[in-house]
Design a protein around this ligand. Sequence first.
Ligand code: DHB
Ligand code: FE
Length: 280
Amino acid sequence: MAKIIAGVGTSHTPAIGAAVDNGKAGEPYWVPLFKGYEPAKKWMAETKPDVVIMVYNDHVNAFDFKIIPTFGLGCAEEFKIADEGWGARPVPVVMGYPELASHMIQSLVLDEFDMTIVNEMQVDHGLTTPMTLLFGQPKAWPCRVIPLAVNVIQYPAPTGHRCYMLGKAIRKAVEGWHEDLKVVIFGTGGMSHQIQGPRAGLVNKEFDQSFLDGLSSDPERLVRISPLEYLRDAGAEAIELVMWLIMRGALGDNVKEVYRFYHVPASSTAVGTIILESRQ
Ligand code: DHB
Ligand code: FE
């Protein structure tokens, strides 16, 4: 049986990927951030998942405003790296797992989640920054990746509660797969940030710390945060945090926090990461 053994929550700020790609990770601005990710990277190297489910959002690269799936599951053999305006990042192509992804679609739709089947898609910084942060700069990514693209760009975004319930259904779907596979699920984006308008640069450390606490010990509190509260308290782009609730829902009730790191600033965001092992 395949099993989701752990979840990783992490920001996906594009400037982080650019810092690595351009050899700037050793500069004073970036050193504390990459130092904070070292233990997470070590954990990942020891954990060696067979498959990663990457819950992330596309930033109008794969999907333009013609079609915007709320929950799009990547079922392709591979996912090329998107050119976001300054050339595609020099990172390996992302190898998918069409058989498992199709099984997940079957299970999720039967569980009444209306997934969009995505058979061709390029992936942007929402997916590649977390890969770089946790896996470094290998020639090929060491595991297969099933991307789950969530719409948090065009309102209405799905609620935290809906995301949490989808996470639970994902756990069930994965456990219905016949191969013995170690699966790690990511929730990406956030933490507090606003990248536009008069409040650009807004960061709310109390909100972020409380969110990290809730992931660890009281996710039911977090699922009640409304879209308006994310916007008001943590900035326009903090809505990305609902994706962390998909990750949390997929871990079952019993989790152990094994790592946490929080840092401000990276570009205009507060950066956070948390690793939770499922004890179910
Ligand atoms: C920034 C952060 C994001 O999450 C994003 O998707 C784009 C930009 C930023 O801080 O610049
Ligand atoms: Fe983003």
